[in-house]
Design a protein around this ligand. Structure first.
Ligand SMILES: Cc1ncc(C[n+]2csc(CCOP(=O)(O)OP(=O)(O)O)c2C)c(N)n1
Length: 690
């Protein structure tokens, strides 16, 4: 189709120059470029047919975006990184994705290198091409790219990182955060915005970006901004080369704003006749089809003949048909693998846990245990990095958990992030992808929410969505918990919400020994970890313990019996361990009965075995935590107990949690909302008397 248009020539204009000679582009270079564009264009058509045939369930196309993508990838080295978006098919082909790879993804086949049947088509990725399997949210990829690139700088590599999106996605806050961080460190990140003037049905002017993507970032003096016609291969190549030269010279990031066309509906699920201006679309097809434009140039400049171009098109179609037929015959995924790769293989958690609790040494509080665990793990693993808000010395964290670490390991390894939580999580993911072990701090759990997209759809999902080809074992230390008169936004517990996210392990220690052992384990395992640190326990005498040595590790999923008992079981963690111990001491004295207290220590995974064993022994159980009740950890634990130990129970499974409320500031309110020693006393007595 595009070739037909080229035959007629573009508006009959004569050739006036030879831009290809200025750019030293040979016939071979140009034939290859045209071929990659044709591969993508014809893949769209072939894939749409497969959708109609019911062989693939979704298609999202590249048509109209090919030129700028090929121009970028043709000038990339194998070692350069690419964080693609769903229209980046031509870039992926030029970088090395094969047509077989493409159809494996289109059919969701078991051995697809991008996603192994996990993700919809259009989510490109390849383990050997430095192209991490992309995700679906518009814009999360920007921060990943910054992290990957930061890792390259820290490793002394000379590669750069490409990251792309459409124009609509530049409305996302994370785009600004990413440009901000890349600019702060002059990172060679190529932000390639492919502006087709529409985001599904929303026109660019309705995004509110002041008219043009290229006009943004006025104050960013080291950000090179290039606005280019992304349908012109020569202008695109010139722009890309300028960008790469700038980045490789260490001058900073580049924003390429490429005008392109969207020649298809948004996706196979969309009908753009409902909202698109027919004239604009027709004009795009007629006058701004990049394949027709390049073909026209090649013919007019006698670089390729019409028949050579036709042959090229035919050979592309043939290759696509053959690859699609081949891929269709490949193995489909099997149901028993449906949940594989949510977590790393359990063998990766088989560390040496043979050390026992210490009996001699210095007594330390929990925050010092955390600090010492970080100190030791930093010495052990030179790829470990620590960053977050205010973590750098001399402040060393608002709770001093990271004090002395910058002094000990340098600003290159322990540094302040910008004040942006999504940036912390997103950049950590990119660093982890590129060989580092980020152990980041989110200053308050109450403020983790801007980063929740990064945790839910990126960090926790990376291993799963790439079927094990990529992973992001980021450790996130986060200060949580109430009882410090912190009001709504300095008191929150977040473990229940996070426990609902597959792919993230959660630890919640209640004392110095557990904090040290669990944090050191978190730093060594291959899964992402959310490490909850109760602010009120950082220096609490209850949590004091004799410090274990540097080899001390505690496995995840192994709870601790705080005290044995035979008449009832309390399952708890965090601050409620302390309140339970005190309440039980009183109850035991008064009643002569004994209550077992189990400190879960880790929420994901939680020690089902120990809990069920204890309930079978005592026949009565209450689950207690500080987080609110609705859809909470206690609900999960209580339901498992009811389900699996029903015949051993002498009383209903009880729960004591915070009220389902925001946490108010005044102590009268705060104590009413949160569980307290007194409430635990009442509830446990009630349970014993049932
Ligand atoms: C965070 C998020 N919000 C909404 C969507 C649904 N969505 C997918 S693509 C898209 C439009 C993106 O437009 P643009 O960035 O201009 O890229 P284009 O599709 O035009 O290339 C939307 C809203 C999404 N994937 N992620």
């Amino acid at each position: 189709m595009a070739v037909e248009k080229a035959k007629k020539g573009k508006k009959g204009k004569p050739n006036t120059g030879t831009p290809h000679t200025k750019l030293n582009l040979t016939k071979d270079d140009l034939s290859k470029a045209l071929r990659f564009m044709m591969l993508a264009r014809n893949s769209d058509q072939k894939h749409l047919t497969l959708v109609k045939q019911g062989k693939s369930f979704f298609h999202i196309g590249c048509s109209g975006h090919e030129c700028i993508q090929v121009a970028v990838a043709a000038n990339m080295e194998k070692t350069d990184w690419a964080w693609t978006y769903y229209r980046d098919m031509a870039l992926a082909y030029t970088k090395g994705m094969t047509t077989k790879d493409y159809f494996m993804l289109a059919f969701g086949k078991k051995d697809c290198l991008a996603a192994g049947g996990r993700q919809m088509p259009g989510h490109y990725g390849h383990p050997d091409l430095r192209m991490p399997t992309q995700s679906s949210p518009t814009g999360t990829q920007f921060l990943s790219a910054v992290g990957t690139d930061l890792a390259s700088r820290k490793s002394g590599s000379n590669d750069f990182t490409y990251v792309a999106s459409g124009d609509g996605t530049t409305s996302q806050g994370e785009f600004f955060e990413a440009v901000n961080w890349a600019h702060r460190e002059k990172l060679p990140v190529l932000f390639c915005i492919q502006d087709n003037k529409i985001a599904i049905s929303v026109k660019r002017e309705d995004q509110g970006m002041g008219g043009s993507v290229s006009d943004l970032f006025v104050g960013y003096k080291d950000l090179l901004k290039i606005h280019v016609d992304g349908t012109d291969y020569f202008k695109s190549t010139e722009a890309v080369r300028k960008a790469i030269k700038y980045m490789r010279a260490g001058k900073g990031p580049v924003l390429i704003h490429a005008d392109v066309e969207r020649l298809l509906p948004h996706s196979s699920s969309d009908d753009d006749r409902k909202y698109r201006d027919k004239d604009i679309l027709e004009d795009g097809k007629k006058n701004r089809d990049c394949i027709a434009i390049l073909s026209d140039y090649l013919i007019k400049n006698k670089i390729l003949t019409i028949s050579e171009i036709e042959k090229l098109d035919e050979s592309v179609k043939q290759e696509l048909n053959e690859s699609a037929d081949w891929a269709w015959e490949q193995e489909d995924p099997v149901a028993e693998d449906s949940t594989k790769n949510n977590f790393a293989d359990p063998s990766t958690r088989e560390l040496d846990y043979s050390t026992s609790d210490p009996t001699s040494g210095n007594e330390i509080v929990m925050v010092d245990a955390i600090n010492h665990a970080l100190m030791e793990e930093m010495a052990r693993n030179e790829k470990m990095l620590i960053f977050g808000e205010d973590v750098q010395d001399p402040k060393g964290g608002v709770f001093t958990a990271t004090r002395g670490l910058t002094d000990a390991y340098g600003k290159d390894r322990v540094f302040n992030s910008p004040l942006a939580e999504a940036s912390i999580a997103g950049v950590a993911l990119g660093l982890a992808i590129n060989g580092f072990k980020p152990v980041v701090e989110i200053q308050f759990g109450d403020y983790i929410w801007p980063a929740f997209m990064q945790y839910k759809n990126e960090i926790s999902a990376m291993r799963f969505r790439s079927d094990g080809n990529w992973s992001a074992p980021v450790v996130t230390r986060v200060a949580v918990g109430g009882y410090i008169h912190g009001g709504l936004c300095h008191s929150q517990n977040i473990e229940s919400i996070f426990s609902h996210v597959p792919g993230i392990m959660i630890a919640y220690p209640s004392n110095a020994i557990d904090a040290k052992g669990l944090l050191k384990t978190a730093c060594r395992i291959q899964d992402p970890v959310l490490f909850c640190e109760h602010k009120g326990m950082y220096r609490l005498p209850f949590g004091k313990a004799i410090e274990p040595d540097e080899n001390f590790l505690i496995p995840f999923g192994k709870a601790r019996i705080v005290k044995e008992g035979s008449d009832a079981t309390i399952v708890t963690y965090g601050m409620c361990v302390k309140d339970s111990v005190n309440a039980v001491r009183k109850i035991e004295k008064e009643t002569g009965k004994s209550v077992e207290i189990i400190d879960l220590r880790t929420i994901v995974p939680w020690d089902k075995e120990m809990v069920l064993e204890s309930v079978k022994k005592t026949g009565r159980v209450i689950v207690i935590h500080e987080d609110t009740q609705m859809s909470s950890v206690s609900g999960e634990v209580a339901s498992t107990i009811s389900d699996e130990t029903f015949q051993w129970l002498d009383a209903p499974v009880k729960r004591l949690t915070a009220k389902d409320s925001h946490i108010p500031y005044h102590p009268a309110y705060e104590n009413d909302v949160l569980p307290t020693e007194g409430k635990i006393y009442d509830k446990v007595l009630e349970l014993l008397n049932f």
